[in-house]
Design a protein around this ligand. Structure first.
Ligand code: CP3
Length: 373
């Protein structure tokens, strides 16, 4: 294990991560662990996606699920995107909803509508029917990861991922995306035992799925709780935090750092921190320095450029990138990213500019803000 970049996130000495031999992979992992780095590591949520012509070309011949289920193709899409924009980490090409199939839920990506789950989960019987014994059917994701790791070795960190219990439960119960999460919250409030059983089943499957990814060589796991921001702090703490914390701790016990990410989470951040995640992903609505301070700097942070800033002129993009880096102030434990995923039609060259701006950033360019040691 010491030969790999996969490192224990807690308590054990780190080998192969000395600054002298810095690679994108070690730079990223050192930042996850709040160790000093030569420069801030950078990658992007949805870096392999529809904004990229190479991805569109693959999509013309294959559906999203076909790409996910053909490990060589999924690996190629992952690698092409990471190399084109020259980031420090590659997130495996997969989708949040893949675990629904072994659980026994059919779904599809309807054109223009996002995911549709054909028979949403609404009752205790629906939850009882969910299967937790077929997670090995997801092995194609782990296989794709092993191809990506074989390609990059330790040059780039390879990030595996899964959904968080709340966000996945919301898709299962609503039957797709949602504005008000009425079915989800109704089940949560009125059938708390059923809710608990659903989350327990999800944790069982997700823990095993993450284990497959780490065994295949993923250096880090990101847990997407994209819609956690729909919850009040009280509901998050009562109904969501315990299962999420169990999942995150179980993944860390596999020996990799965990990034926990949600959108619209400013008021939830201190509670999300209680999961023990090594890194919290920040959306763009709260300035990074304020968000990090609200966490007492007790974990690393990832973010937080507004993805729509990528439609601006390079000068404005550069200014915003610098502001975020100034807010991080050189404190160990910042990973540069967007506050949410790259959207379709984003100019690829602006994504590449961001990587260049992060690389070029040096402290004497700081015009405002305070720097910490
Ligand atoms: O580089 C990468 O990040 C790509 C890998 C990736 C995909 N989905 C591929 C994908 C990742 C990390 C995801 C995660 C995912 N999937 C999330 C969490 C991230 C987030 O945005 O908060 C969620 C909520 C999903 C579920 C999902 N998948 C939705 C809501 C949609 C439709 C979105 C849309 O704009 O149509 C998808 C489809 C999807 N998954 C696409 C991609 C590249 C775009 C559709 C396509 O190529 O046909």
């Amino acid at each position: 294990m010491s030969e790999r970049l996969q490192i224990p996130s807690h308590g054990q000495p780190i080998t192969g991560l000395e600054p002298a031999q810095t690679t994108g992979g070690s730079r990223f992992l050192r930042a996850c662990l709040r160790r000093p780095v030569d420069r801030t590591p950078v990658w992007f949520l949805r870096q392999a996606g529809r904004y990229m012509p190479e991805y569109q070309a693959v999509r013309r011949c294959h559906s999203l699920l076909e790409i996910c289920k053909q490990p060589k193709l999924a690996a190629e899409v992952t690698i092409t995107a990471a190399e084109k924009i020259e980031v420090d980490a590659a997130i495996i090409f997969a989708d949040l909803l893949l675990p629904f199939e072994p659980l026994g839920l059919d779904f599809e990506f309807a054109a223009g509508e996002g995911p549709v789950i054909h028979k949403p989960v609404r009752t205790g019987e629906d939850v009882a029917r969910l299967r937790t014994d077929r997670t090995e059917e997801l092995a194609y994701v782990a296989e794709a990861i092993s191809h990506v790791v074989a390609h990059f070795h330790d040059r780039l960190a390879v990030i595996g991922f899964c959904g968080a219990p709340y966000t996945l439960a919301s898709y299962m119960i609503e039957g797709g995306g949602s504005r008000n999460y009425i079915h989800t919250k109704t089940l949560m409030y009125r059938q708390p035992d059923t809710w608990q059983r659903l989350l327990d089943k999800l944790v069982t499957v997700l823990r095993e799925y993450a284990r497959q990814q780490v065994d295949a060589g993923a250096h880090c796991i990101q847990v997407f709780d994209s819609w956690a921001g729909s919850l009040s702090v009280e509901d998050y703490r009562d109904f969501v935090l315990p299962a999420t914390k169990t999942l995150i701790r179980d993944i860390q016990a596999l020996g990799v750092p965990v990034i926990y990410f949600g959108v619209d989470t400013a008021s939830l951040l201190p509670s999300m921190r209680e999961t023990g995640a090594d890194v919290l992903g920040l959306d763009w609505r709260t300035p990074l320095d304020i968000a990090w301070r609200s966490l007492d700097y007790a974990c690393a942070v990832q973010g937080n450029l507004d993805p729509i800033t990528l439609f601006a002129e390079p000068d404005l993009i550069r200014r915003r990138v610098r502001q975020i880096l100034d807010q991080a102030g050189g404190r160990p434990g910042h990973i540069f990213n967007l506050g949410h995923g790259i959207v379709p039609n984003t100019p690829v060259e602006n994504v590449q500019h961001v990587v260049r701006f992060v690389r070029e950033y040096t402290p004497h360019e700081v015009s405002t803000g305070t720097r910490h040691g």
